[in-house]
Design a protein around this ligand. Sequence first.
Ligand SMILES: [Zn+2]
Length: 429
Amino acid sequence: MRISLSLTTVLGALAVGAAMPASADSTVIKAAHYLDVRAGRTISPAEILVTDDRIVAVGSHVVAPRGARVVDLGARTLLPGLIDAHVHLFLHPGAEDLQTVQESVPARTILALSAAREDLLAGFTAERDMGTEGAHSADSAVRDAIDRGLYPGPRLRVSGNAIDILGGHEDAIAFNPAAHVASNADYANDAADLVRVMRAQHKEGSDFAKIYETGPDEIRDGDLHTPFQYTAAQLRAAVEEAARLGTVVAVHATGEPGTHYAAEAGVASIDHALQLSDATIALMRQKHIPAVPTLAWYEFFTTHSPTAAENAAATRIYEYKVREFTRQVRAGVPFAVGSDVGPFPHGTQAREFELMVKYGMTPLAVLRADLLEGARLLGWGDSIGQLEPGFYADVIAVDENPLERIETLRHVAFVMKGGVIVKSPATGS
Ligand SMILES: [Zn+2]
């Protein structure tokens, strides 16, 4: 009994902003407009009826049960909670490659909980965590603690450690070999290894597998050069094992031929996607494999690398990235929105929306990529990403119409996740 009492106290302290609705309570959210992302328009005025954790009705006027609480957000626009399909809750700025060496997994787990809260308060109600980088399956514990209501955070899909080859992109290759610095990823050197590692990670709670397919990247003679790590046949074995487990494979894949191998194997997403050949683009369109551009990460390191020379190298890659992204948009590549936040500060990743618009997409296309494609990629296509009856009540409000001014997504005034208000303008939290 004492345990349950203290748990209640913790939950009370964590209800940031307005009070949590009691079970079976109903809330009507009112605002000037709401975004129908599928139809591609805003509807005015807006009312959303929420009961428990679900949306019950949406429209200009809803019939609310007597005693329903009303939250009036005035002139704002309502839209579904944002989705970030590429995050690292276990990374923070300034220490990316040294975290495995310098920081304990328990310390990093506490920081991950704080990162999850920052992302949620910025309006991201669902995220795909693309690798703990050495914290193994600690992300499963974070996901489960959030799901149980112990800590505030987005609903999560997690991969555990990423998977990489011996001597590969994430294998601590710049250190004294005698120091035996641990890799940030789990080793798998061939198809049988991939299957074995994926089974071990699944046992520890992973929702999908993240595999490094390329890296490191170098711009030489105006083009990107990056070694591949697995053949198409090896990746296909991983995709087949994922299907057996009821999950999917996502790859870090920056360039050819690795991006093509990944598309051939039928991965769920190609993350970073700096360089996609015409043949790869055709396969991605045919199989509906989204690219996740992570522009915000590339932009950040043009000015935040450790040295001026590294800033210059990052700038060359970013300029290449921007040029290729614009070409990919014109070629009709499907996209989801993922920022790669973690190496840059959590809660600031709405920058990704601005960059996708800046370099060729309309605000509506970006929002559809985020909310519709993102929901599908996370395996929640029928429960998040739209303001529809039966969907989770993941709702945010912004001051301006995001179809006209995408920058408004940087300043989310109101956040509800699963019917719980976690941020509201009244409290300013
Ligand atoms: Zn990443």
